[in-house]
Design a protein around this ligand. Sequence first.
Ligand SMILES: [Zn+2]
Length: 149
Amino acid sequence: MLWKVDPLEMEFLEADPRLQALMLYADWWSGRQFGHELLVTDVGRSQSEYDRIYAAKIAEGLFFIGENGVKHYAGPRPHLADPLHGIRTRAGDFGVQHGGLTGAGRLLMANARRLEEHLSAQFRRSDRKPTALLHDVGSGQHLHVQVEA
Ligand SMILES: [Zn+2]
């Protein structure tokens, strides 16, 4: 696996072991099917990163009140990592080629769809949520993969 920035490797090593296994499998399958490793673009997120990404959702009322009366995003947070409280991230993102972004390890959009379908079929979740999701939450297209809580 390739890392967009070096600290992601440490975040990966601190992630939920089931997520580590899923991401390693995805990387192996990509090598076999597409002939290249995957680029990891995001792993763990802090609550404040979630608050920044989903500021619009907080404004719409999707929040909880934290210390000092600060509003925090309260939607699904599978990337949430809080080592101090034993919370391990359950989600990771792989880079996809889009808008001129073509660096090493980024999946062609068609291959990202194939990997999305393969992972969701191969690793079905009992809560019926998708194991892999090709989407854009504001920072560009990427393949989000996640394991159950
Ligand atoms: Zn994600």
